[in-house]
Ligand binder design. Structure first.
Ligand SMILES: [Ca+2]
Ligand SMILES: [Ca+2]
Ligand SMILES: [Ca+2]
Ligand SMILES: [Ca+2]
Length: 507
């Protein structure tokens, strides 16, 4: 499935199916061998071409001398105007504007013929897998102002945005031993204009336009580290719209859990009570009613799913991922990413949701109530929480960020072991630079205020009709019944459940 193909520049339009080499088909935005082997490609091509051409010829004959315009590929665009007349492409996308439609543009991953990432709407997810040992391009050695040695071979992608977007590109972590492919987002090829780069991924808020993504091979000393990668590209609208995000259900879940399961005690345990996963079974609590923070976030999500399903009659929330995604800690289980794992490049719930095609990174200042935050403190501990509001120095709440914000109000599980002293509850989180101000209720201070998502991981969950299949969520389904080793473990020292006003209860 993740085979990279042998490359050469192949001119595509009009010959073959969509400009893929012989035996390959255009699938999910790139040329691939069809399932099976090369024989399938030949059969598909022959059947498609013959059928279409025959039909068109007949239509033309009936009309005789009438000026009926041919549309060989039946995409509603007449041949004379069709920028790719043998491949249905009703949208006529032409990212580079050269008159040759994206659907039949030559694509080999070089700067001249980059792979085109389709962005069919405001919400889009593109997956691809290749191996930089096979990359045909070796022209980028560095990405100023960054100075890392990227002189190994690279694959170049291009995409066009018609709307303001949040854009993320991630490669699946961890990489195989000896492999180090880095991700670079550029606004143009010449001069090189680096927007963002990362060891595992990039994030940016982008205006409509054309951009390049380069998957390049890092060189350590004199040793290039080429190898395979699996790429997930996520495009979401810049605007966070009530009708598209799950925040209102998250907030209702918080209210429900606070009233019914609040302050029952904190422990390194999972869930305050057993929770049904739709018709697929029950996710069992390990030591009810006590629970810890990452599990509290998962409990909020599972409760929000139930509220959504009750209201809409829609079971999509349980069909997207198998129940084991919320029970197990394997690489393709959502829970393993929510549990926080640097090896998976998962700094918290926001990363987890993006990885699985269910959510997106949103910078702290742009959060809306009902979003997810993983915070880290200057003392080295961390916490997974639901974001409720921004707060000022007196603890006054605001649903939108303003210049007097000193932190935020959250919901999670923390505090003492005894009922009343800990468990699901609210706290006022204050960024380190604002000290320990008086707040209306218990505080959590010393929070690291950073735009680096590894320190302050922030993002939203979309409504299930906007959940899109990423590498992780695809594999979660495929491997649902296959035993997988645990790759994450809860770290009770880092996630100690101790906020400044819980210290007494824990000493
Ligand atoms: Ca056409
Ligand atoms: Ca066409
Ligand atoms: Ca073009
Ligand atoms: Ca390079």
């Amino acid at each position: 499935m993740w085979l990279a193909f042998a490359v050469g520049v192949f001119s595509g339009c009009g010959s073959g199916s969509v400009g893929c080499p012989d035996g390959e088909v255009f699938l999910d935005g790139s040329c691939r061998f069809p399932a099976g082997d090369g024989d399938d490609g030949g059969t598909d091509g022959g059947a498609d071409g013959g059928g279409d051409n025959g039909e068109d010829a007949a239509d033309g004959g009936d009309s005789g001398a009438d000026e009926v315009l041919l549309d060989r590929d039946g995409d509603g665009v007449e041949d004379a105007a069709d920028n790719c007349p043998d491949t249905p492409n009703p949208g006529q996308e032409d990212c580079d504007g050269d008159g040759v439609g994206d659907a039949c543009a030559a694509q080999d991953g070089t700067p001249e013929h980059p792979f085109l990432i389709p962005v069919p709407g405001e919400h889009a997810l593109f997956i691809d897998g290749r191996d930089t040992r096979e990359a045909p391009s070796d022209v980028f050695d560095a990405y100023p102002p960054n100075t890392l040695d990227e002189s190994g071979p690279e694959f170049v992608y291009r995409f066009c945005l018609s709307h303001p977007a949040r854009f993320a590109a991630d490669i699946v972590a961890p990489e195989p031993d000896g492999v180090d492919v880095d991700v670079h987002l550029l606004s143009s090829l010449d001069p090189i204009a680096l927007i963002d780069r990362g060891n595992y991924g990039v994030y940016a808020e982008l205006e409509p336009g054309s951009y390049f993504l380069v998957l390049d091979t890092y060189v350590s000393g004199d040793t290039p580290k080429p190898g395979p990668y699996r790429l997930n590209v996520t495009v979401r609208p810049r605007e966070i719209r009530d009708g598209e995000v799950f925040n209102s259900y998250v907030l209702r879940a918080v209210e429900y859990l606070d009233q019914n399961y609040g302050r029952l005690g904190y422990d390194s345990a999972v869930l305050t009570h057993d929770i049904a996963y739709g018709p697929f079974g029950v996710i069992e609590a390990t030591a009810p009613p006590r629970t810890m923070c990452v599990a509290a976030v998962m409990e909020v999500m599972l409760t929000a799913y139930q509220l959504y399903a009750d209201e809409t009659g829609d079971g999509l929330v349980w069909e997207f991922l198998p129940i084991r995604s919320y029970r197990s800690l394997g690489q393709n289980d959502l829970k393993a990413h929510i549990w926080v794992n640097p090896d998976l490049d998962a700094g918290g719930t926001a990363d987890a949701l993006r990885h699985f095609g269910m959510g997106m990174t949103v910078p702290f200042e742009q959060l809306v109530p009902g979003s997810f935050v993983n915070l880290n403190r200057t003392n080295g501990t961390g916490h997974a929480v639901v974001f409720l509001s921004f707060i000022d120095i007196q603890g006054n709440e605001s649903p939108v960020w303003h210049e007097n914000v000193v932190g935020f109000k959250y919901f999670s599980s923390q505090g003492g072991y005894d009922a009343g002293a800990g468990g699901l509850d609210y706290r006022y989180a204050v960024f380190d630079e604002f000290g320990t101000p008086t707040m209306p209720y218990k505080r959590d201070v010393g929070i690291i205020h950073s735009s680096d998502q590894r320190y302050l991981n922030t993002g939203v969950l979309y409504r299930p009709e906007l959940w899109l299949r990423s590498t992780y969520s695809t594999r979660a389904l495929l491997l649902a019944d296959t035993p997988q080793p645990d790759v994450s473990a809860f770290d009770p020292l880092r996630f100690d459940g101790v906020t400044v006003d819980d210290q007494a209860a824990r000493d």
